[in-house]
Design a protein around this ligand. Structure first.
Ligand code: XMP
Length: 515
């Protein structure tokens, strides 16, 4: 997919820094690919990058075994931008100096832009001071020979340095985070001016590339696609349908553990609106039977996963002419499993955890895309907003939002509660700001009083989090008025509920889901 676009390689020095940079590059309409720092210069250059970005990282350049980059990249004539740790590596590799000054900087920091006497600074014309976001302990105290120092902060005498002739730049601050006022502008100048990348990574080129690669892989074959009701599998199906038309069969396994209206929405969108061949497997009874008496969260996951596979295998056997299985694997999964050319993806990242031993070859049209790009593609393909902006939902469904045994009665309670939570969040206009908002049913009951009567019923826990990528999350500071409405509606409208609590745990130490 990146084949026809100009590409930039982001070298990853750890943590989540590289993914955020890669996303920002793509927001500037340039294709980006992440490679581990252990990649050799020839592996990096084999991608024919028009630019290389060295990411930040969690370590000190002086720590034992601190990651380095193959210095061959500096000799290739390709522009290089080092960010934070990456800038310190450039300084070290090319003859500058990094010191433990003891004056680290964290968070918002005023940046003084210095007049660059020669060449074109990426910071040219910036107001001074302006706000950048810093996170460093060591500091660059001398730029390498031939470089201009173009900015400083109170704790970083060399906050930005540049050799315009060689087209190598280092910035101690993080242009990829939103708190750096002109961060995206700096990235754009690097990409469009210094690297001369064309801004060709657009929704339509992404779709064209994905459709083309599905077509060339599948040829005249038939494809199966498991739909979950979520955005990834929906966009996968829509892209594959665009590529192979009626040679796609979608399979929706109704586990009885889905959110309210999910099954109907999948039918409406894929069968009626898009006219796709949809097999609707109604299997709630089998799932409840499999979950009977099970309280352990891992056991629940295992049983749901196994039954899902068995049901899918049954469909695959009936459709034995299908040779391909379409899955919504995303780029972050690919990066975490060792790069786009790595052979295996962690099984829990696959839709429904379907195994390859079913004898179906995988088709993964979202393999190069981030979640926000998947949503953009979904919008472009005309999928309904409710699907495109649907919040993530765990594969085992409501089974892992019920502590203790999963019974029909308890699923009904948590489903109705979930629906109220989402409805109120939508009304408050907060749906897109939150990563997720949902209800959890704990395994206790509490005493209450309603209409002069004593009640002994379930509490519901409301969980709402903000997050960039689900690796970390913060509890959402929902307005009190919204919490108040939730408390009233949940108790009044959901039979069996007499109390509402709000979960104020971040991740870590908590996880987003309760199980
Ligand atoms: P946790 O609870 O680990 O969840 O903080 C992180 C994100 O992943 C979702 N999640 C799952 N998604 N299958 C999935 O496809 C699963 O088994 C699963 N478990 C958790 C969760 O909703 C959150 O967005």
């Amino acid at each position: 997919m990146g084949g026809t676009s100009d590409a930039v390689v982001v070298v990853d020095f750890g943590a989540q820094y590289a993914q955020l940079i890669a996303r920002r590059v793509r927001e500037a309409h340039v294709y980006s690919e992440i490679l581990p720092h252990s990649a050799s210069a020839s592996e990096i250059l084999a991608r024919r990058p028009k630019g290389i970005v060295l990411s930040g990282g969690p370590r000190s350049v002086y720590a034992e075994g601190a990651p380095r980059v193959d210095p061959g990249i500096y000799r290739a004539g390709v522009p290089v931008l080092g960010i934070c740790y990456g800038a310190q590596l450039i300084a070290l590799d090319l003859g500058g100096e990094v010191a433990r000054t003891g004056a680290g900087e964290y968070g918002r920091t005023p940046l003084t832009v210095l007049p660059a006497p020669k060449g074109s600074s990426l910071l040219a014309g910036w107001p001074s001071p302006n706000e950048v976001w810093m996170s460093h302990a060591d500091s660059i105290v001398a730029a390498p020979p031939g470089f201009e120092v173009t900015a400083s902060t109170p704790g970083a005498p060399v906050a930005a340095f540049e050799d315009a002739g060689r087209r190598v730049v280092g910035v101690q601050f993080h242009p990829e985070v939103v708190h750096t006022e002109r961060g995206q502008e700096l990235l754009k100048r690097f990409l469009h001016d210094m690297c001369e990348c064309r801004p060709t990574w657009t929704r339509s080129s992404v779709i064209e590339g994905a459709v083309e690669s599905v077509r060339s892989k599948v040829g005249a074959g038939r494809v199966l696609c498991a739909l979950s009701g979520g955005v990834d599998s929906a966009v996968t199906a829509a892209l594959v349908a665009k590529a192979v038309g009626d040679r796609l069969t979608c399979v929706f396994v109704d586990t009885g553990l889905m959110r309210a209206g999910e099954a109907a929405q999948v039918e409406e969108t894929f069968s009626r609106r898009l006219g796709l061949d949809l097999v609707h497997v109604k299997a709630a009874d089998r799932f409840f039977a499999a979950l009977g008496g099970v309280e352990d969260p891992e056991e629940k996951r295992k049983r749901v996963g196994e039954l899902f596979i068995r049901l899918f295998e049954e469909v695959a056997k009936e459709r034995s002419d299908a040779r391909f299985l379409a899955q919504g694997t995303l780029y972050p999964d690919v990066v975490e499993s060792g790069g786009p050319h790595a052979a295996t993806i962690k099984s829990h990242h696959n839709v429904g955890g379907l195994p390859e031993r079913m004898g179906l070859e995988l088709v993964e049209p979202l393999r190069l895309l981030f979640k926000d790009e998947v949503r953009a593609v979904g919008e472009e393909l005309g999928l309904p907003e409710e699907i495109v902006w649907r919040q993530p939902f765990p594969g085992p469904g409501l089974a892992v939002r019920i502590a203790g045994e999963v019974t029909r009665e308890r699923v009904e309670i948590v489903r109705a509660a979930d629906s109220v939570v989402l409805d109120e969040v939508r009304r408050a206009g907060l749906e897109r700001e939150l990563w997720q908002a949902f209800a959890v049913l704990p395994a206790v009951r509490t005493v209450g009083v309603m209409g002069d009567e004593r009640t002994y019923a379930y509490p519901v826990v409301v969980r709402a989090v903000t997050s960039e990528d689900a690796m970390t999350a913060d509890w959402a500071r929902l307005p009190y008025e919204l919490l108040e409405r939730l408390a009233a509606r949940l108790v009044n409208e959901v039979p069996g509920v007499n109390r509402v609590a709000y979960d104020i745990t971040s991740k870590p130490p908590g996880t987003i889901e309760w199980e």
